[in-house]
Ligand binder design. Structure first.
Ligand SMILES: *Cc1c(COP(=O)(O)O)cnc(C)c1O
Length: 359
């Protein structure tokens, strides 16, 4: 077996230990004589796999019984619609902070179902910072305020939560499980799995129970969080294999020491990479220092005409998927939980070498 270092923004790297465990159990899960993919979602096996995954996630994030944990499909993009359909049924006024491409998409979708107020935007400087809260123009009576705590494309992170009692809805697709958070600070957290949780096809929603049961009359059954909660996420066939694999990732995180241990590793990884970029005189990161992401590190080369050569050399060195998003240009290294520290070291070695030859 020969594995490369994968810096893909998503679907992203998975822990090698998890892949090997799934491989060992693939055709015959724990002596059952069939694979997880072939089991009825009503079977004791799948119910126990899903329950174990939920319990592990609850331990990792200290999620209390006041919150429902839902295993859904449709990606974070589906939740862009589900959020207003579930929460703006009675009061259509909703606040959104626009800090990047994903916020923008969430806003565009919410506008189909609610009266959206964009309370602040950093589009004026190509989404390279988070506008200071003192300047946000918040509504008096919003049903919720939506934020994207980690903008995957721009590499911009919130480090301060919106103040007040309005429920906070957070798209945590690219930051969930990267460090401890207090779930009680949020009304709803949602995340596509394919960055920091598991394979594509699973979407995790963590919703405060008192916010359930308020969906608008035209909310599709499959988007109604209350229906999902009342049916233990098995109203229809759930993504069973993705839930199983996510459960293995949660277990891996727990064995590693949980989110405090993971956050230490993530700080060290990101610190090394930003430290090298800042001191290089050849590479640059465009994001305001206070808003740099732990998970997604965009960077440009001193001369953009070298981008192609940089990427070709990286590929040849087993450093994959470093091309930046077209809206930002340059490169982006996504360094999620499953990207080992050795990958950062190898990337920095390659970057140093490339700069020396081309600087
Ligand atoms: C990847 C991503 C999305 C889109 O997720 P899908 O699961 O593909 O719908 C939304 N928001 C953020 C922050 C993301 O990183």
């Amino acid at each position: 077996m020969s594995r490369v270092f994968n810096f893909c923004a998503g679907p992203a790297a998975l822990p090698e230990a998890v892949l090997l465990k799934a491989q060992a159990d693939l055709a015959d899960w724990q002596g059952c004589g069939l694979s997880v993919m072939e089991m009825s979602h009503r079977s004791d096996e799948i119910v126990s796999i899903a329950n174990a995954a939920e319990a592990s996630l609850r331990r990792l994030l200290s999620i209390s019984d006041d919150y429902a944990v839902l295993f859904l499909q449709g990606g974070a993009s589906q939740q862009f619609a589900a959020v207003p359909l579930n929460l703006a049924g009675q009061n259509p006024v909703v606040d959104y902070v626009n800090t990047g491409q994903w916020s923008k998409k969430a806003i565009a979708e919410a506008k189909r179902f609610a009266d959206v107020a964009v309370v602040a935007s950093s589009e004026d400087r190509n989404f390279t910072y988070v506008p200071d809260q003192s300047a946000w123009a918040r509504s008096d009576n919003a049903a919720y305020i939506h934020i994207c705590p980690n903008e995957t494309i721009g590499g911009v992170a919130f480090h301060e939560l919106p103040s007040g009692d309005t429920p906070i809805v957070a798209d945590m697709s690219s930051t969930i499980l990267s460090q401890p958070i207090d779930v009680n600070d949020y009304g709803v957290i949602y995340a596509g799995a394919q960055k920091n949780i598991g394979p594509a096809g699973l979407t995790v929603v963590i919703a405060r129970r008192d916010l359930l049961g308020k969906a608008s009359a035209h909310c599709p059954t499959m988007l109604d969080w209350k229906v999902a909660a009342d049916n233990d996420s098995m109203y229809n066939t759930p993504p069973t294999f993705a839930i199983y694999l996510a459960g293995l990732v949660f277990e891996w995180l727990e064995e590693l020491g949980g989110l405090t241990a993971m956050a230490e590793i993530n700080q060290r990884k990101a610190g090394k990479l930003y430290g090298y970029i800042d001191g290089s005189g050849f590479y640059a990161n465009p994001v305001a220092l206070a808003n740099r992401s732990l998970m997604n590190v965009p960077f440009t080369l001193a001369d953009a005409s070298l981008d192609k050569a940089f990427l070709a050399g990286a590929d040849a060195a087993g450093l994959l998927n470093l091309k930046g998003h077209r809206s930002v240009g340059g490169m982006r290294a996504s360094i999620y939980n499953a990207v080992p520290e050795a990958a950062i070291d190898a990337l920095i070695d390659y970057m140093r070498d490339f700069a020396a030859k081309n600087g």
